[in-house]
Design a protein around this ligand. Structure first.
Ligand SMILES: Cc1ncc(COP(=O)(O)O)c(C=O)c1O
Length: 289
């Protein structure tokens, strides 16, 4: 099988011809940031918002962005020209390759830019219709979760807990409050009102989270952004996950117990429909939205 085309430091190359120095700070320290953008039939969903978040992540780690948002969009489109259909575009920027290993941030090194494309694994019909099972765990990650950092060991270990339990995600709790899940944001619904955790340093501000907040406002769905207590999560009528690849997905079992009726609830169905309409409008316009 031929190796898929990827982007490495401005060049389009077969993935298996790309090699990274072991001194790259992404390899040695996890010193880098990334994005994942869903692509529907060649069109990126919310490309600008993803590249603006990449800029915020880079600002947080004091990394100079090698491209403007428009430059990133052009480079992405050049790569996507090799990958028609529904795809997941992965973008990673690390601090680059210094002459020696030293924690102190080196001056004047060139960031390493890597982009690859993988088939988009959208949620199965079964997952949309029946929801998924999740477990909870203590949020043992650091306090800079708003940075979309490639240092993902905390998220990896958190996700593995649910993988071991045969569940789809691990929902994280810090000091008695909901934060997010290992690779998704979390929404809870009680008595017809949706609640989502504030976008502070303890969660990643999901592009899908922002989109759902906007779609809820436009669609007349009541949504509050405020701290959500563990007790509210456990007593919720509905719980949802959101991410660029999961879209919006109902959680119907939490720690082995049914959530609400044990089936995706009415507000989930409404939000899911609004999200699908948004995607369909994107396909019709065939421009990055
Ligand atoms: C920790 C974490 N929170 C939230 C999200 C959701 O972000 P987005 O909607 O931008 O995909 C992700 C996505 O990977 C994530 O890793």
């Amino acid at each position: 099988m031929t190796s898929p085309i990827a982007h490495f430091n401005g060049e389009l190359l077969p993935l298996d011809r790309i090699a990274v120095s072991p001194l790259d700070r992404g390899f040695i320290f996890g010193d880098g940031v990334y994005e994942v953008i869903p692509v529907y039939d060649g069109v990126m969903l919310r490309a600008r918002e993803h590249f603006e978040r990449l800029q915020r992540s880079m600002d947080e780690i004091r990394l100079v962005n090698p491209h403007t948002v428009d430059g990133w969009i052009r480079a992405s489109e050049a790569l996507l020209a090799h990958h028609p259909g529904n795809q997941s575009l992965y973008i990673q920027v690390t601090r680059g390759v210094p002459p020696k290993r030293d924690h102190v941030i080196p001056r004047d090194i060139t960031p390493t830019v890597f982009m690859m494309v993988q088939p988009l694994a959208s949620p199965s019909r079964e997952a949309v219709e029946n929801g998924v099972a999740c477990i909870t765990a203590e949020d043992f990650r650091w306090k800079k979760c708003h940075i979309k950092s490639t240092s993902l060991l905390g998220n990896v270990l958190a996700r593995q807990l649910s993988a071991d339990a045969g569940a789809a995600e691990t929902i994280l709790l810090r000091d008695g409050f909901l934060t997010e899940a290992s690779a998704s944001n979390v929404f809870v619904v009680k008595n017809g009102v949706v609640a989502a955790s504030p976008c502070d340093n303890l969660i990643l501000l999901g592009i899908t989270y922002e989109l759902l907040v906007r779609l809820a406002a436009d669609g007349g769905v009541k949504l509050e952004i405020r701290p959500v207590a563990e007790t509210e999560l456990r007593a919720a009528d509905e719980v949802w996950l959101s991410s660029s690849t999961k879209e919006v997905l109902a959680v119907t079992r939490l720690d082995g117990k049914p959530v609400g009726s044990g089936m995706p609830g009415p507000l989930f169905k409404r939000m899911h429909a609004l999200y699908q309409e948004h995607k369909a409008a994107l396909a019709r316009s065939r421009v990055a939205a």
